[in-house]
Design a protein around this ligand. Sequence first.
Ligand code: KIV
Ligand code: ZN
Length: 508
Amino acid sequence: MADKIIIFDTTLRDGEQSPGASMNMQEKFRLAQQLVKLKVDVIEAGFPVASPGDFECVKNIADNIRGAQIAGLARCNVKDIDRAWQALKNGENPRIHTFLATSDIHLKHKLRMDRDQVLALAVASVKHAAKYTSNVEFSAEDASRSDLDFVCKVFTAVIEAGATTLNFPDTTGYALPDEFGAQVKYLIDHIPNIHKAVLSVHCHNDLGLAVANSLAAVNNGARQVESTINGLGERAGNTAMEELVMVIRTRADQMKVSTDIVTEHIYPTSRMVSTITGMPVQPNKAIVGANAFAHESGIHQDGVLKERTTYEIMNPADIGISTGNIVLGKHSGRHALKDRVTAMGYTLKDDELNRVFDRFKEVADVKKDMFDEDLEAILMDEVLRIPETYTLLHLAAMSGSKSLPTAAVKLLVNGKEVQRSAIGIGPIDATFRAIAELVQTESKLLYFSVSSITGGTDAQGEVLVRIEDKGGKVVVGQGADPDIITAAAKAYLNGLNRLVYIKKENNV
Ligand code: KIV
Ligand code: ZN
C-alpha cells in the first residue's frame, strides 16, 4: 500500500501572514470546518502568544473542531509554549509546534546565540512542551540554509527530548528540488533515531519552487508536508496544497504515496479562502484558477468534445468544479439555494439561510442567471461580513462628461445617522472622500480594483480595496453590487469595519 503523506494545513497561520490576508475569529472557524471536510490531518490554527485575538481564535478552534489535530505555533520559550497549551488543551490530539532557527545567518544576526546555546534551548523547549502533550513538532527555521550536520545534531537531540514530528523548512524559498531532496535524504541517513519521528517539510515559494521542493522531499522520505490553500503565505507564499495533492493523485504511477484529502472539496475550499481573505486567485493558477480547465483554441475544444482526456489530465469534477455553471435563477426556491450553498462548502444556520435567500431574491430580480460567484458575493455580505461599526444607509453619486463628480452619503455610525457630500476626481473618489470625512479615518487606500463577478452587462460589480491604518495594519475590504459605485462604498466600509473589528479582537 502507498505510504500516506500527512497534510498539515497552515492557511490559518502562515497563510494569514500574507499581507492583508488577516481573518477574524468567525472566518477562521468557518475555514477550519471546511478544512475538516477536506480531511486535512493537522490544522495549524494560529500563533497564540501573538495577540489576545490570535489566542482566542486558536482556543475557539481547539475547543470546538473535531476531525483533525489542532496545532498552535510557539517560539522556543516557556511563555510561548505555556500560552500555546492554554489555547490548545481542549483540542483533539493537540499539537504544540515550537520552532528555533538553526542557520548561521539567523544565529549571528537574529538570535545572537551560538550553536550550543541553540541546541540547549531547542531541547529544553521540546522537553517543556512534552510535559503537556506527546504530540510535539519541532521546526528548525531556515533549515535548508543551515549546516546539515548541525540540523542532524539538533533533530537527534529533540527526538530524545520528546519531539514526534521534525520539520525541515525552506524558510526563504531558496532551495532547488534536487538539492532539497538530497538534504532530506541526508537527514534520514544521518539521524540515528529518525524512525521515532515523522519528517516534515515546509517550503516557501520565493523562486516558484515550493511544490517541486515538497515533492522532491516526499520522494526522499518526508512523510508530512506543510501547505496552504491557494499557496497563501508569507511573501510569495507556501506550497499550494491543491497542487501538491493533485500531483500525487494524478501521477500516482510515479509518486507511490497518497493523501486522505477529499479532492472534491478542493475548489469550494479555494473559493472560500479567496472570498474570506479578499486575495483573488490568478486566472492561470494550476488546479483552481478560472482558466485551469478552459479550452480556448478550436482544436483543443474539438478534441475535448470528442474525448475529454485529449487535453485534460484531470477531471474538473474531481476537484469539485461543477460542470454546469448556471446554478440558479429567480424562480429557484430555498431548497435549491441551500443545496447549492452546501455544495459550495457553506453550512448555514436557519437565520443565515433566510438572510441569504432574501438577498438572493433581490439580486436575482435584476440579474437573470445566478452563478456560484454571485452566491459567494452574497454569502460574503450576509454571513461572513464582520459586525459593522459603519453601515451604508444611502448613496447618491453623480457624474458625467461635463458635471462635477459629487457623492452624497448617509451612514449609520454606532447607531447614529450621519451624512455628508463631497466632490472628487470621479464619483468613486467623491464617495470615498465623503465616507473618510464621516468616519474621520486617517487610513490610506493602498489598492483599489473593480471587476465584474460574471459576464454580461447585468453582472454584479465586485470591488476590492486594501487599506492601511496609521499603525501600519493592512486589511482588505470587499463589496459587491449591481451598481459599482455602491460596491465601492461597501468595499471601503468593509475595510474600515475590519480595522475597527481587529482592534477590538486584539484587546479581548
Ligand atoms: O517558514 C518557516 O520557517 C516557518 C516556521 C515557523 C515553520 O513558518
Ligand atoms: Zn513559513
